[in-house]
Structure formats: C-alpha cells, structure tokens
Design a protein around this ligand. Structure first.
Ligand code: TPP
Ligand code: SF4
Length: 288
C-alpha cells in the first residue's frame, strides 16, 4: 500500500479508468509529491470516481463544471497542484465551453479527460466523441453527429500543453502526466479509453492499431499551426496521435492577474465598497 491509496478501485472489469488511476498515482509518487500538495477536482461520471480511490485533497464538483471549480482552487491557493478529471461527456458536452475559456486563460491546471466515446455512467448514450455513423444504444438509426476533435479544440483555444494518452500504454501515460503536472500553465490530456460494459465494440486492441506516437515527428512542437498540421495529417490517415503534441511557456492566469491587478486611479473604490456593503452586505478589501 502506498500513501496515495485511499480505497480499492471499483470500476467494471477491463475499464480504462484503471490505467488512468495507476498512471496518475505513480506520476505523483515519481514526482515526489505529497497528498496534501494535490487537489483532484472532479465532475460526474465513472472516470471522475478516481477522487475516491486516490488519497489527495478532492473537490467533487457537479457535471461539466470541473474547470471553473479547479480555477477557483488555483486562484485561492496557487501553491496546490490542481488536477481536473472528466469523462468525454463531462468535458466536451455540458462542460465544453469551460475548456475553451480555461485554456485561453492559461490557468495552471492539469486537465485529464478520459475519453471512452460514450456516457458510461448513465449506461452508454452517445457522447460528443462518438464517431459519426456509429450504432448506438438509445437511438434507432446510425449516429448522425460529427464528433468534436478534442486536440484541435484545445490547441486553437490557447492551451499551452496538449497531449493524448492511451490506456493500453500505462508507462507512457504516466510520463505524460508527469510532464503535464510540472508544466507551468494549462495542461490538457485527452486519453483514448474504453468502456467494455457500454461500448464493447471499442477495444484496447482496436485503439492500439490506430496509434501513432508523435515523438517520431519531432513533437512536442511549440508552434500551434505546426501542431494543428501534425494532428490533422495523422488523423487524415485514419490514425490517432499519441504523446505530447504541443508545449509552450506563456504567462499563467495567476501571473497575469498579478501583473494587471494594479488599482486604476480613475475608479472610486471607496464608493464601490460602500455600495457593496450597503446593498449586498459584502465587505470588500481593496488594496494596492
Ligand atoms: C447536470 C447533470 N446532467 C446530467 C447528469 C447525468 N450524468 C451523469 S454522468 C453523465 C455522463 C457521463 O459520461 P462521461 O462524462 O463521458 O463519463 P464516463 O461515465 O463515461 O466516465 C451524465 C450525463 C448529471 N449528473 N448532471
Ligand atoms: S460503465 Fe464503462 S466507464 Fe463506467 S466503470 Fe463500467 S466500464 Fe468503466
């Protein structure tokens, strides 16, 4: 038993979430982190149950709202390592817009999305990453929706670290986690995963056949246009890029707030404080 074990994980046999658990726990250990230095922020869904199996601080949020909650934690306590965990439904459906805004703000959070192509926890409905024309369980025809492209979405939204992992390669997944956790900025990892219970046609073996490791192409890249081209060219061949695709150092949200947070002399802060206290009962502390 190691210091990060809280309880025995209880996902279905063969679930991809076990690999994510293993890789994340070992990444913490190899980085020499202590449980009290980490907060895992979760939404709702099978993947998000990881908070109850790994012994760190945890904030169990609501469906799709991992990133606003994680942003709050990072702003309030910049010393913590903040790790958000979502499924593809949580991240790209109800929570989709938060990915765009957290990426462009470059909030120093690691965001892990366990992408099994379905809503597992609610028994297998199609998600935003379900491939078009799939046979799905709760819709009588072939699925008519084009899927989102998480890697392109993160890249063009301004994420400063973009990677894709694969649950069939836990060692590499752990390395991507380690690199993401020490990255100074918003680090995003989409993980190609499986839900054998409700999406049994998507298997680890099938995913493995589609994988191309991006190190072979000189990644991580530090130019968004090159990274987008790399993703599109691999996907254009019907393959899936795996590895750290893009990495760049830019000011983080905490740093930007510090740099821009000087008081504006044209604003009457005393008057604002007075109104806030009178109308809302709020005590505002505004200091230069
Ligand atoms: C506001 C809200 N809407 C819908 C739900 C129902 N719900 C629970 S989990 C879930 C989706 C789970 O799928 P995903 O995020 O892909 O995670 P997985 O279970 O596959 O790991 C949904 C729609 C909810 N709990 N709250
Ligand atoms: S329903 Fe699917 S995603 Fe949920 S624990 Fe079972 S295999 Fe994993």
């Amino acid at each position: 038993m190691d210091v990060f074990e809280r309880a025995k994980p209880r996902w279905c046999p063969g679930c991809g979430d076990f690999s994510v658990y293993e890789a994340l726990k070992n990444a913490f250990i190899e980085l020499g982190l202590r449980p009290e230095e980490i907060v895992i922020v979760c939404g709702i869904g099978c993947a998000t149950f990881i908070w109850s199996y790994i012994n760190t601080n945890a904030l169990k949020g609501i469906h799709g709202r991992v990133l606003p909650a994680a942003t709050g934690v990072k702003l309030a306590n910049p010393g913590l390592k903040v790790i958000g965990v979502s499924g593809d439904g949580d991240a790209y459906s109800i929570g989709g817009n938060h990915l765009v805004h957290t990426a462009r703000r470059n909030v120093e959070i690691t965001y892990i999305v366990v992408d099994n192509g379905v809503f597992g926890n609610t028994r297998g409905q199609p998600s935003p990453t379900t491939p078009i024309y799939s046979v799905v369980k709760n819709y009588p025809f072939r699925w008519p929706e084009k899927p989102v492209n998480p890697l392109l979405l993160a890249l063009v939204s301004g994420a400063t670290f973009v990677a894709q992992g694969f649950v069939g390669d836990v060692k590499k997944l752990k390395e991507y986690f380690k690199e993401a956790i020490i990255h100074r900025g918003f680090s995003f990892i989409n993980i190609l995963s499986v839900c054998p219970t409700f999406n049994p046609t998507r298997t680890v073996r099938e995913l493995k056949e589609e994988i191309v490791y991006v190190e072979e192409f000189g990644a991580p890249l530090d130019n968004v246009r090159d990274a987008v081209d790399l993703v599109l060219s691999i996907q254009g061949e019907g393959k899936n890029p795996v590895g750290v695709i893009y990495k760049k150092l830019e000011p983080t949200y905490n740093e930007l707030l510090k740099a821009t947070g000087k008081l504006d002399p044209s604003i009457n802060y005393d008057r604002i404080s007075e109104i806030a206290e009178r109308e809302l009962g709020l005590k505002m502390l505004i200091k230069d």
